[in-house]
Write a protein that binds this ligand. Structure first.
Ligand code: NAD
Length: 436
């Protein structure tokens, strides 16, 4: 029987991924969109128009729960509010699918875990990167045992000056809203490592600084649309996408949410340069780095083991020199012409590669078709998995609160480590028995 699903939070992610999927023919047999909630009535109306749906709109969450009789909610609100909607839905006997990060701090996590236990309902965390064919191939390779015992990991993630900068324009730029990129963004990366290796993080020693965004910038206005230097600023926001205009610019009057805030605002209090050493339960140690102002977007990771070394990497996008309209820029960032293998060795034409170097003998190369779709092809596969929750899941792609929790606890411990200047054990952040 088709599930009745409501979307909580009608911003870009809620609408362009989940809203569109639930109103498409793809979902027809498995799920039905029964309502939309957002505190901003103008954004709600824009979402309804964009989705061409007549489902009821709610600015009161309890009313949505009572009137739609939904059996599942998809939470796509600002990160700091996820816990509020997850807990209220669970208490009402409703299953939850939540966007990452599960939440932003240990106290909110405790509330979610307690509510889930008491309600007996299911919480699913949408780790779309797990579903990318490349990430799946890494998981399969590590499960083969060829690497021997995993000893260490070198992991670097690059965010470029289009996508990376976007986190410094609006709510993400404050720790209280997003938990910082240690949680908001790195939750993906730490989850991948936990899932790939089957090990849990134990201790984190981190450093963080702000090198490019925030108060380091040049003289600026508060937002790009009225800024006197926007015409010459390579970071200026582009309103070229009509969906952005409908969801944000035309909804500003209701809540003052500026989509084009200046990335050089003194309001920025998150880090843009982050490094950490993380110790894992199976004895592996990881060196991790995240930079939010790189000339390209993607990642490199190497796994060292007692039988060899596995080198992996994906180039997702390269920032073009020119900045034409938004849609064009998005296309150019990921096009094969831009991602030229001679300039970007990781980009490599139509295929991505894993390369295994055994301690003795020649290299073994695994090729995976290159995915230019969102999040390495992860988004569309995630949707299929959400629509068919009972389908076989041999590699364990599906994630619940345990995975959601471990993926954010590394980042929460990293924040504490930076503040204290000391390594932080996860067991000192939360009682890990709650995650059993
Ligand atoms: N998995 C991924 O790759 C991925 C990608 C993008 C976004 N996301 C996640 O999706 C979520 C939404 O991101 P977005 O980019 O759509 O952000 P957004 O700002 O476009 O949307 C957030 C929505 O939350 C609403 N909101 C603000 N304050 C609220 C409150 N107090 N209570 C309820 N709702 C409130 C806003 O009105 C807005 O509609 C975030 O949690 C983000 O981490 C995940």
């Amino acid at each position: 029987m088709a599930r009745n699903i409501a979307i909580v939070g009608t911003g870009y992610r809620g609408i362009t991924l989940f809203g569109r999927a639930l109103t498409s023919t793809m979902a027809a047999e498995d799920a039905r969109l029964v309502g939309l909630y957002d505190p901003n009535p103008l954004r709600l109306q824009a979402a309804q128009r964009l989705l061409q749906t007549s489902v009821p709109l709610f600015t009161d969450f309890d009313q949505l729960l009572a009137e739609t009789r939904c059996d599942t909610v998809i939470v796509t609100t600002v990160d700091r509010t996820h816990d509020e909607f997850i807990v209220r839905a669970l208490k009402a006997g409703v299953d939850v699918i939540t966007e990452k990060p599960l939440t932003t701090d240990a106290e909110k996590l405790r509330r979610i875990l307690e509510a889930e236990r008491q309600s007996g309902r299911r919480v699913t965390v949408t780790f779309n990167y797990r579903y990318a064919p490349y990430a799946t191939a890494v998981r399969e390779f590590l499960a083969s045992g060829k690497l021997g015992r995993l000893t260490s990991i070198q992991f670097e993630w690059y965010l470029d000056t289009v996508h990376g900068a976007d986190y410094f324009r609006r709510w993400h730029r404050q720790v209280q809203n997003s938990g910082s990129l240690w949680v908001h963004k790195a939750t993906h990366h730490f989850d991948l490592v936990n899932w790939w290796t089957g090990q849990d993080p134990v201790e984190v020693f981190a450093r963080g600084s702000r090198q490019v965004y925030g108060e380091h910038g040049r003289p600026h206005g508060e937002r790009c649309s009225t800024c006197h230097v926007a015409a010459d600023c390579p970071f200026a926001f582009d309103w070229g996408d009509p969906v952005l205009t409908a969801l944000y610019r035309e909804a500003e009057a209701a809540d003052g949410y500026w989509r084009d805030g200046c990335v050089f605002s003194p309001a920025v209090d998150i880090w843009d340069t982050m490094t950490a050493s993380v110790a894992y339960s199976g004895g592996a140690v990881m060196n991790y780095a995240l930079h939010a102002y790189m000339p390209f977007e993607g990642y490199r990771i190497a796994f060292n083991g007692t039988q060899g070394r596995l080198e992996c990497g994906v180039m997702e996008a390269v920032t073009p020199v020119t900045t034409p309209n938004f849609a064009e820029r998005q296309r150019v960032r990921t096009s094969p012409d831009t991602l030229r293998a001679d300039q970007f060795p990781l980009a490599g034409g139509s295929e991505d590669r894993l390369v295994f170097y055994p301690l003795f003998g020649g290299a073994e190369v695994v090729t995976i078709p290159r995915m230019v779709e969102d999040h390495g092809g992860g988004d569309e596969r995630l949707i299929q998995a959400l629509l068919h929750p009972e389908a076989p899941d041999p590699l364990g792609h599906r994630a619940g609160t345990r995975a959601g929790a471990y993926s954010i606890l590394t980042g929460i411990a990293a924040r504490e480590s930076i503040q204290r200047g000391l390594p932080v054990r996860l067991e000192d952040v939360i009682d890990l028995n709650l995650l059993q």
